[in-house]
Design a protein. Structure first.
Length: 175
C-alpha cells in the first residue's frame, strides 16, 4: 500500500459528501495493512530466529574451546616455570661448585647434551608435549639425528604421537 492509495479521493459521491460505507471500508483496509506491517516488524521470522540461535550456539562452542586452550597454556606455563626454577637452582649450585675459569670449548664432533627432561615422581614419563617439542627442536637445531632424538624422547616422555611431533619439529628446523 502506498501514500496515493491511502489519500485517494475517488470515493463514490453521496448527497452530503463521500459515501460513509466506502470511507469506513477504506479506513479498515488501511488499518489492516498498518497492523500487518507492524506485526512483521515486531516478530522476526522463524529463519531469523534459527539463524541467531545457531550463531549463539557456535559462539558458545568457540568460547568453550578457547577456555580449554587457555587452561592448557596455563598448565604448560606452570610446568615451564617449575622447570626454569629447577634449572636456576641447578645452575646456582653448579656455579658455586666450580671455580671461575675460561669456558672450555666442547669438541667439535661431540653433540651437545640434550636438556634434562622435567622431573617426574617415581621415574614416570612426563606427558608435557610442549616441553618435549622444545627439547626436540633444540636437539634438531643442534644437528642431533632424528633417531637419537626419538630415543631420548621415548625414554623421558609419554607422547601420543612421537613420529608426528618429530616430523613437525624436524620440518620446522629445516632438517
Amino acid at each position: 500500500m502506498d501514500r496515493d492509495e491511502i489519500e485517494r479521493q475517488d470515493f463514490p459521491a453521496a448527497r452530503r459528501g463521500y459515501d460513509p460505507t466506502a470511507v469506513d471500508a477504506h479506513l479498515r483496509h488501511v488499518a489492516d495493512e498498518f497492523d500487518a506491517v507492524g506485526r512483521q516488524r515486531s516478530c522476526p521470522s522463524l529463519a531469523e530466529g534459527a539463524s541467531t540461535k545457531g550463531m549463539l550456539d557456535k559462539l558458545d562452542r568457540l568460547e568453550g574451546e578457547l577456555d580449554r586452550l587457555l587452561a592448557g597454556l596455563k598448565s604448560t606455563a606452570e610446568t615451564l616455570a617449575g622447570s626454569l626454577e629447577e634449572l636456576s637452582r641447578d645452575v646456582g649450585t653448579l656455579g658455586a661448585a666450580v671455580a671461575p675459569t675460561a669456558p672450555a670449548e666442547p669438541p667439535a664432533s661431540a653433540p651437545a647434551e640434550p636438556p634434562a627432561p622435567p622431573a617426574t615422581p617415581n621415574g614416570a614419563h612426563s606427558d608435557d608435549e610442549a616441553g618435549a617439542r622444545l627439547v626436540a627442536l633444540n636437539m634438531a637445531l643442534e644437528g642431533t639425528a632424528r633417531e637419537e632424538t626419538a630415543r631420548f624422547l621415548g625414554e623421558h616422555y609419554a607422547l601420543a604421537d612421537l613420529d608426528a611431533l618429530l616430523d613437525d619439529v624436524y620440518a620446522s628446523a629445516g632438517r
